[in-house]
Design a binder for this molecule. Structure first.
Ligand code: NDP
Length: 282
Protein backbone atom coordinates (compact mmCIF):
# COMPACT_ATOMS: atom_id res chain seq x y z
CA UNK A 1 0.00 0.00 0.00
CA UNK A 2 1.42 3.37 -0.99
CA UNK A 3 1.57 5.90 1.82
CA UNK A 4 1.47 8.91 -0.50
CA UNK A 5 -0.12 9.66 -3.85
CA UNK A 6 2.08 8.99 -6.87
CA UNK A 7 3.20 12.26 -8.39
CA UNK A 8 4.26 11.12 -11.84
CA UNK A 9 4.78 7.93 -13.79
CA UNK A 10 7.30 6.88 -16.42
CA UNK A 11 7.37 3.42 -17.92
CA UNK A 12 9.28 0.86 -19.91
CA UNK A 13 7.48 -0.93 -22.75
CA UNK A 14 8.92 -4.11 -24.16
CA UNK A 15 8.30 -7.75 -24.84
CA UNK A 16 8.95 -10.07 -23.21
CA UNK A 17 9.65 -8.29 -19.94
CA UNK A 18 11.57 -10.63 -17.69
CA UNK A 19 12.97 -8.40 -14.98
CA UNK A 20 14.26 -4.94 -15.69
CA UNK A 21 17.58 -3.67 -14.28
CA UNK A 22 16.72 -0.13 -15.43
CA UNK A 23 13.53 -0.14 -13.34
CA UNK A 24 15.60 -1.16 -10.32
CA UNK A 25 18.07 1.69 -10.93
CA UNK A 26 15.34 4.28 -11.57
CA UNK A 27 13.27 3.48 -8.50
CA UNK A 28 16.39 3.72 -6.30
CA UNK A 29 17.40 7.00 -7.94
CA UNK A 30 13.90 8.48 -7.40
CA UNK A 31 14.12 7.66 -3.70
CA UNK A 32 17.67 9.06 -3.45
CA UNK A 33 16.55 12.31 -5.11
CA UNK A 34 13.43 12.46 -2.91
CA UNK A 35 11.21 12.45 -5.98
CA UNK A 36 7.89 10.65 -5.61
CA UNK A 37 7.76 9.12 -9.07
CA UNK A 38 7.23 5.55 -10.20
CA UNK A 39 8.82 3.59 -13.07
CA UNK A 40 6.56 0.82 -14.35
CA UNK A 41 7.63 -2.08 -16.53
CA UNK A 42 4.83 -2.93 -18.97
CA UNK A 43 4.71 -5.86 -21.35
CA UNK A 44 3.33 -4.61 -24.67
CA UNK A 45 3.12 -6.78 -27.78
CA UNK A 46 4.08 -5.33 -31.20
CA UNK A 47 0.44 -5.28 -32.36
CA UNK A 48 -0.51 -3.23 -29.28
CA UNK A 49 2.33 -0.71 -29.46
CA UNK A 50 0.17 2.08 -30.97
CA UNK A 51 -2.36 1.63 -28.15
CA UNK A 52 0.50 1.53 -25.62
CA UNK A 53 1.73 4.94 -26.81
CA UNK A 54 -1.84 6.27 -26.78
CA UNK A 55 -1.94 5.00 -23.19
CA UNK A 56 1.13 7.09 -22.30
CA UNK A 57 -0.66 10.15 -23.71
CA UNK A 58 -4.06 9.33 -22.18
CA UNK A 59 -2.76 8.55 -18.71
CA UNK A 60 -0.40 11.50 -18.60
CA UNK A 61 2.81 9.49 -18.13
CA UNK A 62 5.75 11.87 -18.39
CA UNK A 63 7.79 9.57 -20.60
CA UNK A 64 9.12 6.10 -21.03
CA UNK A 65 11.73 3.69 -22.29
CA UNK A 66 11.21 1.47 -25.29
CA UNK A 67 13.03 -1.81 -25.45
CA UNK A 68 13.16 -4.89 -27.68
CA UNK A 69 11.29 -5.10 -30.08
CA UNK A 70 9.82 -1.57 -30.13
CA UNK A 71 12.79 0.76 -30.65
CA UNK A 72 12.28 1.20 -34.39
CA UNK A 73 8.51 0.63 -34.65
CA UNK A 74 7.74 3.34 -32.08
CA UNK A 75 9.10 6.11 -34.35
CA UNK A 76 5.87 6.31 -36.40
CA UNK A 77 3.78 6.88 -33.25
CA UNK A 78 5.72 9.92 -31.96
CA UNK A 79 5.35 13.62 -32.78
CA UNK A 80 9.00 14.56 -33.02
CA UNK A 81 12.51 13.04 -32.94
CA UNK A 82 15.83 14.43 -31.74
CA UNK A 83 18.66 14.56 -34.29
CA UNK A 84 20.38 11.41 -32.95
CA UNK A 85 17.12 9.42 -32.86
CA UNK A 86 16.25 10.53 -36.37
CA UNK A 87 19.68 9.51 -37.69
CA UNK A 88 19.70 6.18 -35.86
CA UNK A 89 16.10 5.51 -36.88
CA UNK A 90 15.53 4.24 -33.35
CA UNK A 91 14.18 5.56 -30.06
CA UNK A 92 14.82 4.12 -26.61
CA UNK A 93 13.45 7.07 -24.61
CA UNK A 94 10.37 9.27 -25.04
CA UNK A 95 9.53 12.44 -23.18
CA UNK A 96 6.91 15.18 -23.26
CA UNK A 97 7.48 18.63 -24.65
CA UNK A 98 4.22 20.50 -24.11
CA UNK A 99 1.59 18.29 -25.69
CA UNK A 100 4.14 16.55 -27.96
CA UNK A 101 5.79 13.16 -27.40
CA UNK A 102 9.44 13.37 -28.45
CA UNK A 103 11.68 10.39 -29.25
CA UNK A 104 15.32 10.40 -28.11
CA UNK A 105 18.17 7.91 -28.20
CA UNK A 106 20.09 7.69 -24.93
CA UNK A 107 21.78 4.35 -25.79
CA UNK A 108 24.31 5.99 -28.10
CA UNK A 109 24.87 8.96 -25.80
CA UNK A 110 25.16 6.62 -22.80
CA UNK A 111 27.85 4.65 -24.61
CA UNK A 112 29.83 7.79 -25.50
CA UNK A 113 29.58 9.06 -21.93
CA UNK A 114 30.84 5.74 -20.59
CA UNK A 115 33.63 5.64 -23.23
CA UNK A 116 34.69 9.17 -22.37
CA UNK A 117 35.47 8.07 -18.83
CA UNK A 118 38.48 6.37 -20.51
CA UNK A 119 39.10 8.03 -23.87
CA UNK A 120 37.74 10.60 -26.33
CA UNK A 121 36.64 8.93 -29.61
CA UNK A 122 37.58 12.06 -31.60
CA UNK A 123 40.06 11.19 -34.41
CA UNK A 124 40.06 7.51 -33.32
CA UNK A 125 39.89 4.57 -35.73
CA UNK A 126 36.96 2.44 -34.56
CA UNK A 127 35.65 -1.05 -35.38
CA UNK A 128 32.05 -1.90 -34.43
CA UNK A 129 30.81 -5.48 -34.52
CA UNK A 130 27.06 -5.51 -35.24
CA UNK A 131 24.55 -3.40 -37.16
CA UNK A 132 21.40 -3.76 -35.02
CA UNK A 133 19.65 -1.04 -33.02
CA UNK A 134 22.42 -0.59 -30.45
CA UNK A 135 25.16 -0.59 -33.10
CA UNK A 136 23.29 2.05 -35.10
CA UNK A 137 22.86 4.25 -32.05
CA UNK A 138 26.49 4.08 -30.97
CA UNK A 139 27.93 4.35 -34.51
CA UNK A 140 25.90 7.53 -35.12
CA UNK A 141 27.15 9.03 -31.84
CA UNK A 142 30.75 7.98 -32.60
CA UNK A 143 30.37 9.75 -35.95
CA UNK A 144 28.89 12.87 -34.32
CA UNK A 145 31.83 12.77 -31.86
CA UNK A 146 34.10 12.95 -34.97
CA UNK A 147 35.74 9.51 -34.90
CA UNK A 148 38.34 9.37 -37.72
CA UNK A 149 36.89 6.24 -39.34
CA UNK A 150 34.34 3.56 -38.50
CA UNK A 151 34.41 -0.04 -39.79
CA UNK A 152 31.16 -1.95 -39.38
CA UNK A 153 31.61 -5.74 -39.20
CA UNK A 154 28.33 -7.64 -39.48
CA UNK A 155 26.97 -11.08 -40.33
CA UNK A 156 24.08 -9.80 -42.47
CA UNK A 157 25.48 -7.71 -45.31
CA UNK A 158 22.33 -5.70 -46.00
CA UNK A 159 22.08 -4.39 -42.43
CA UNK A 160 25.79 -3.65 -42.26
CA UNK A 161 25.84 -1.80 -45.60
CA UNK A 162 22.73 0.22 -44.65
CA UNK A 163 24.49 1.46 -41.51
CA UNK A 164 27.66 2.29 -43.45
CA UNK A 165 25.60 4.26 -46.02
CA UNK A 166 23.95 6.17 -43.19
CA UNK A 167 27.33 7.01 -41.62
CA UNK A 168 28.92 8.11 -44.91
CA UNK A 169 25.95 10.00 -46.33
CA UNK A 170 24.24 11.55 -43.32
CA UNK A 171 26.68 11.60 -40.41
CA UNK A 172 29.61 12.51 -42.66
CA UNK A 173 32.12 10.15 -41.08
CA UNK A 174 34.27 7.84 -43.26
CA UNK A 175 32.82 4.33 -42.87
CA UNK A 176 33.24 0.96 -44.51
CA UNK A 177 31.55 -2.42 -44.28
CA UNK A 178 33.23 -5.78 -43.70
CA UNK A 179 31.16 -8.93 -44.08
CA UNK A 180 31.74 -11.18 -41.07
CA UNK A 181 33.12 -14.57 -42.06
CA UNK A 182 35.60 -16.35 -39.84
CA UNK A 183 37.67 -14.33 -37.40
CA UNK A 184 38.03 -10.65 -38.24
CA UNK A 185 41.56 -9.26 -37.96
CA UNK A 186 41.52 -5.52 -37.25
CA UNK A 187 43.63 -3.18 -39.38
CA UNK A 188 46.80 -1.72 -37.98
CA UNK A 189 46.18 1.52 -36.12
CA UNK A 190 42.74 0.50 -34.81
CA UNK A 191 42.19 2.35 -31.52
CA UNK A 192 38.77 1.15 -30.36
CA UNK A 193 36.87 -2.12 -30.91
CA UNK A 194 33.23 -2.39 -29.81
CA UNK A 195 31.05 -5.47 -29.57
CA UNK A 196 27.50 -4.29 -30.29
CA UNK A 197 26.20 -7.73 -31.26
CA UNK A 198 24.18 -9.82 -28.85
CA UNK A 199 27.00 -12.41 -28.69
CA UNK A 200 27.77 -12.97 -25.02
CA UNK A 201 24.37 -12.03 -23.63
CA UNK A 202 23.63 -14.63 -20.95
CA UNK A 203 26.64 -16.71 -22.03
CA UNK A 204 30.02 -15.87 -20.50
CA UNK A 205 31.85 -18.19 -22.91
CA UNK A 206 30.28 -17.03 -26.19
CA UNK A 207 33.00 -15.79 -28.51
CA UNK A 208 32.94 -12.69 -30.71
CA UNK A 209 34.70 -13.69 -33.98
CA UNK A 210 37.68 -11.38 -33.53
CA UNK A 211 41.33 -12.32 -34.08
CA UNK A 212 42.52 -11.06 -30.70
CA UNK A 213 46.18 -11.26 -31.78
CA UNK A 214 45.52 -8.56 -34.40
CA UNK A 215 44.77 -6.05 -31.62
CA UNK A 216 47.45 -3.71 -30.37
CA UNK A 217 47.72 -3.81 -26.56
CA UNK A 218 47.19 -0.01 -26.80
CA UNK A 219 43.67 -0.54 -28.14
CA UNK A 220 40.51 -0.18 -26.09
CA UNK A 221 37.94 -2.98 -26.24
CA UNK A 222 34.34 -2.18 -25.27
CA UNK A 223 31.54 -4.70 -24.91
CA UNK A 224 27.89 -3.60 -24.71
CA UNK A 225 26.93 -6.84 -23.02
CA UNK A 226 26.14 -6.21 -19.35
CA UNK A 227 24.87 -9.59 -18.25
CA UNK A 228 27.32 -11.06 -17.54
CA UNK A 229 29.65 -8.04 -17.77
CA UNK A 230 32.83 -10.11 -17.65
CA UNK A 231 32.43 -11.49 -21.18
CA UNK A 232 34.89 -13.71 -23.01
CA UNK A 233 35.80 -10.73 -25.20
CA UNK A 234 36.61 -8.62 -22.15
CA UNK A 235 38.66 -11.42 -20.58
CA UNK A 236 40.59 -12.05 -23.83
CA UNK A 237 41.24 -8.32 -24.26
CA UNK A 238 42.57 -8.06 -20.71
CA UNK A 239 44.88 -11.03 -21.40
CA UNK A 240 46.09 -9.22 -24.54
CA UNK A 241 46.94 -6.17 -22.40
CA UNK A 242 44.17 -3.93 -23.77
CA UNK A 243 42.13 -1.43 -21.80
CA UNK A 244 38.52 -2.60 -21.48
CA UNK A 245 35.06 -1.15 -20.93
CA UNK A 246 32.13 -3.38 -19.99
CA UNK A 247 28.42 -2.73 -20.64
CA UNK A 248 27.52 -1.64 -17.10
CA UNK A 249 28.71 1.95 -17.48
CA UNK A 250 26.63 2.41 -20.62
CA UNK A 251 23.53 0.97 -18.97
CA UNK A 252 23.90 3.35 -16.02
CA UNK A 253 24.64 6.33 -18.28
CA UNK A 254 21.67 5.80 -20.60
CA UNK A 255 19.39 5.51 -17.57
CA UNK A 256 20.90 8.61 -15.93
CA UNK A 257 20.38 10.61 -19.13
CA UNK A 258 16.72 9.54 -19.29
CA UNK A 259 16.24 10.41 -15.59
CA UNK A 260 17.57 13.94 -16.21
CA UNK A 261 15.42 14.37 -19.35
CA UNK A 262 12.24 13.35 -17.50
CA UNK A 263 12.74 14.97 -14.11
CA UNK A 264 15.13 17.84 -14.85
CA UNK A 265 17.22 16.55 -11.93
CA UNK A 266 20.70 15.00 -12.19
CA UNK A 267 20.51 11.58 -10.53
CA UNK A 268 23.06 10.10 -8.17
CA UNK A 269 24.84 7.73 -10.57
CA UNK A 270 26.64 5.97 -7.72
CA UNK A 271 23.24 4.97 -6.32
CA UNK A 272 22.21 3.72 -9.78
CA UNK A 273 25.42 1.74 -10.24
CA UNK A 274 25.05 0.17 -6.80
CA UNK A 275 21.45 -0.78 -7.58
CA UNK A 276 22.48 -2.33 -10.89
CA UNK A 277 25.22 -4.40 -9.28
CA UNK A 278 22.77 -5.55 -6.60
CA UNK A 279 20.23 -6.48 -9.28
CA UNK A 280 22.82 -8.45 -11.28
CA UNK A 281 24.26 -9.97 -8.07
CA UNK A 282 27.83 -8.96 -8.91
P1 NDP B 1 19.63 -6.34 -32.36
O1 NDP B 1 18.88 -7.62 -32.31
O2 NDP B 1 19.04 -5.14 -33.00
O3 NDP B 1 21.04 -6.62 -33.14
C1 NDP B 1 21.82 -7.74 -32.84
C2 NDP B 1 23.14 -7.69 -33.61
O4 NDP B 1 23.92 -8.82 -33.23
C3 NDP B 1 22.99 -7.79 -35.13
O5 NDP B 1 23.99 -7.02 -35.75
C4 NDP B 1 23.23 -9.28 -35.39
O6 NDP B 1 23.72 -9.55 -36.68
C5 NDP B 1 24.31 -9.58 -34.37
N1 NDP B 1 24.38 -10.98 -34.01
C6 NDP B 1 23.54 -11.66 -33.18
N2 NDP B 1 23.95 -12.95 -33.06
C7 NDP B 1 25.06 -13.07 -33.83
C8 NDP B 1 25.95 -14.15 -34.11
N3 NDP B 1 25.77 -15.36 -33.57
N4 NDP B 1 27.00 -13.93 -34.93
C9 NDP B 1 27.22 -12.70 -35.47
N5 NDP B 1 26.41 -11.64 -35.25
C10 NDP B 1 25.36 -11.82 -34.42
O7 NDP B 1 20.05 -6.05 -30.87
P2 NDP B 1 20.48 -4.65 -30.21
O8 NDP B 1 21.35 -3.95 -31.20
O9 NDP B 1 19.32 -3.94 -29.67
O10 NDP B 1 21.36 -5.12 -28.95
C11 NDP B 1 22.62 -5.76 -29.12
C12 NDP B 1 23.19 -6.09 -27.74
O11 NDP B 1 23.54 -4.89 -27.08
C13 NDP B 1 22.19 -6.83 -26.84
O12 NDP B 1 22.81 -7.95 -26.28
C14 NDP B 1 21.84 -5.82 -25.76
O13 NDP B 1 21.63 -6.43 -24.52
C15 NDP B 1 23.08 -4.94 -25.74
N6 NDP B 1 22.75 -3.59 -25.29
C16 NDP B 1 23.38 -3.09 -24.19
C17 NDP B 1 23.09 -1.85 -23.71
C18 NDP B 1 23.81 -1.32 -22.52
O14 NDP B 1 23.36 -0.29 -21.97
N7 NDP B 1 24.89 -1.93 -22.07
C19 NDP B 1 22.06 -0.99 -24.35
C20 NDP B 1 21.48 -1.58 -25.55
C21 NDP B 1 21.81 -2.85 -25.97
P3 NDP B 1 22.71 -9.70 -37.95
O15 NDP B 1 22.44 -8.30 -38.43
O16 NDP B 1 23.48 -10.52 -38.89
O17 NDP B 1 21.47 -10.39 -37.42
Amino acid sequence: MLDSPIQEIVCCMGQPVAGNPTQFMMERAFVAADIDWRYLTLEVSPENLADGIRGIRAMGFLGGHLTIPHKVAVVQHLDKLTEAAELAGAVNCVYRKGHLLVGEDTDGKGFIQSLQSITNPKRKKVVVFGAGGAARAIAVELGLARAAEITIVNRTAQRGQALVDLLNDRVDVPAKFVHLSGDYAVEEGTNIVVNATSIGFGDADARVPLDIESLSPDALVADLIFNPPDTKLIRDAVARGCTTLDGLGMLVSQAALAFKIWTGVKPDVAVMREALEEYLEI
